[in-house]
Design a protein around this ligand. Structure first.
Ligand SMILES: *Cc1c(COP(=O)(O)O)cnc(C)c1O
Length: 294
């Protein structure tokens, strides 16, 4: 099944006046090129869960997310491609938007539940679905199998980097990268930019996957007031970056992480001569909710 889905995610050097001024080399791993809808780290996180669901002969994928969730859309698209039915449980009151419309287009059934039921996802799943046919996938694709999929980013790399930088929501991607770095015995440090306010909890969440955080630095100051929030400075930065590199980023995840990277470089955080990799985690459909800012 998975062989029908070859990974295309090149590493490309990016030029930016700040990078040359500070004498650092920055490359970007284009996981956004993996698939337009099963994008970036969402494919990495889903891959082994889908395989497991197939092996267990489940025909329905049930997953959870907010109304603009890249994960819901990725699951809907992957389900359609690999012959599953899909059901998305959406947090909060019934709404409609382009992401949910595309989920429906891929055949996903949507159901809205109140926030307190949403918090008890597993019991909601157990009470409402037949687990002989339905397969539970946690919000954001958070799982040990998700970590396993993200770990595979590291052996794909064409060269060694002193620093690797990624955005984080659940920390699943960061956990996989750390495990990959550890297993390959690389000297790379992982820099994680949580997009949520007070993102320090990510360290505990990563350690719950039994992954060591010794090679990790958390940068907590680039959340721009919280998940889905932004300000004119971030929007200006994104416009400038996209127009001068041709690489699309968005304000929810990759824009904040790239802002953080450029800011750290400006502040001489990295030694001159450092080779740095930015992981483009995809998720560009998130832009559909933010286009009015541009
Ligand atoms: C979901 C998502 C993330 C967060 O990944 P985690 O593994 O939950 O930390 C980062 N970037 C993009 C573009 C995403 O869609």
């Amino acid at each position: 099944m998975l062989s029908q889905f070859p990974i295309h995610s090149p590493e490309e050097e990016i030029n930016h006046p700040v990078f040359s001024k500070k004498a650092v080399q920055v490359f970007i791993k284009r996981d956004d090129k993996i698939h337009p809808f099963i994008s970036g780290n969402k494919w990495r996180k889903l891959k082994y869960s889908l395989q497991e669901a197939k092996n267990l002969n489940k025909n329905l994928l049930v997953t959870f997310g907010g109304a603009w969730s890249n994960h819901l859309l990725a699951t809907a698209a992957a389900a359609a491609q690999f012959g599953f039915q899909s059901q998305g449980i959406v947090r909060g009151e019934s709404v409609d938007n382009p992401v949910l419309a595309m989920c429906r287009l891929f055949g996903m059934k949507l159901q809205f539940i109140d926030r307190s039921s949403y918090r008890e996802k597993e019991s909601y799943f157990n009470n409402h679905f037949d687990s002989s046919t339905a397969y539970f996938i946690d919000e954001g694709g958070r799982s040990n199998l998700g970590v396993l999929g993200c770990k595979e980013i590291i052996p794909e790399l064409q060269q060694e980097y002193a620093h690797i930088i990624t955005a984080a929501g659940t920390g699943t991607t960061a956990a996989g990268l750390l495990q990959g770095i550890d297993e390959a015995n690389l000297a790379s440090r992982l820099h994680v930019i949580p997009v949520l306010k007070n993102g320090g909890f990510i360290k505990d969440d990563i350690e719950k996957f039994e992954v060591s955080t010794k090679n990790m630095d958390l940068h907590l100051d680039y959340h721009f007031s919280g998940y889905g929030k932004s300000n004119p400075e971030l929007i200006h930065f994104i416009k400038d970056f996209v127009a001068s590199t041709g690489i699309m980023i968005e304000p929810v995840y990759t824009g904040k992480a790239m802002y953080g990277l450029v800011d750290l470089i400006k502040k001489d955080y990295f030694k001159p001569g450092s080779r740095i990799l930015f992981l483009h985690t995809g998720g560009l459909t998130g832009l559909l909710g933010q286009l009015n800012l541009f």
